[in-house]
Design a protein around this ligand. Structure first.
Ligand code: URA
Length: 189
């Protein structure tokens, strides 16, 4: 396992897949590295690629509103993606790209040791929970695995395209906020 400094260096120079040739910046993650919760999205979009930070574009703004409304604070989470480089045109990452990148994410999870992992959307669900699951079927239900509480829910970008996902996503995040409070009380975060 790499420490944060080693991980940063390994990511910065990474050319393990073709996404390394088209990225502007690598997007490793942001937030509290000692947080009780991690959120995982798909991959950087245009703004993220420009700034080198995850969820700083329109989907990120929407996610911020949701988190604010539920009083989930910046210090409560760390956020990252399945792939660290922007897939051209914001397509979903190919399997090969995701598989090459996942060891970095696993390393981040091992360093942070979150109690809660929120999978934002089908791509995160696919690589973290189950390749064959359907996000519409498994979202909103806790999965307890290897000591993590994992919550699959929609990606905030899906909400921008489809308003009907707003209420279910709100319900899912209410469960996340409740669990987070419980965990913070138990563990004196
Ligand atoms: N969508 C993602 O999945 N990740 C980001 O960082 C931004 C948008």
């Amino acid at each position: 396992m790499l420490n944060w400094e080693e991980l940063g260096k390994a990511c910065t120079g990474c050319k393990k897949c073709n996404l390394g040739n088209t990225r502007t910046n690598i997007v490793i993650g942001r937030g509290n590295i000692e947080a009780p919760m991690m959120m995982i999205g798909e991959g950087p979009g245009e703004q993220e690629d420009m700034k080198g930070l995850p969820f700083v574009g329109p989907a990120g703004k929407l996610l911020d509103l949701l988190l604010d409304a539920l009083m989930i604070k910046n210090e409560d989470y760390y956020i990252a993606n399945i792939v660290k480089c922007r897939p051209p045109g914001n397509r979903a990452p190919f399997d090969e790209e995701a598989e090459k990148c996942l060891p970095f994410l696993r390393n981040q999870v091992a360093l942070i040791k979150p109690k809660i992992i929120v999978c934002l959307g089908a791509t995160a669900m696919k690589y973290i929970i189950d390749k064959n699951a359907k996000i519409t079927q498994i979202r909103g239900q806790w999965i307890e695995r290897k000591g993590y509480w994992i919550m699959p829910t929609f990606h905030p970008a899906a909400l921008l395209r489809d308003e009907s996902k707003k209420i279910p996503m709100w319900e899912d995040f209410k469960k996340v906020a409740e669990k987070l409070e419980e965990i913070k009380m138990e563990n004196h975060f």
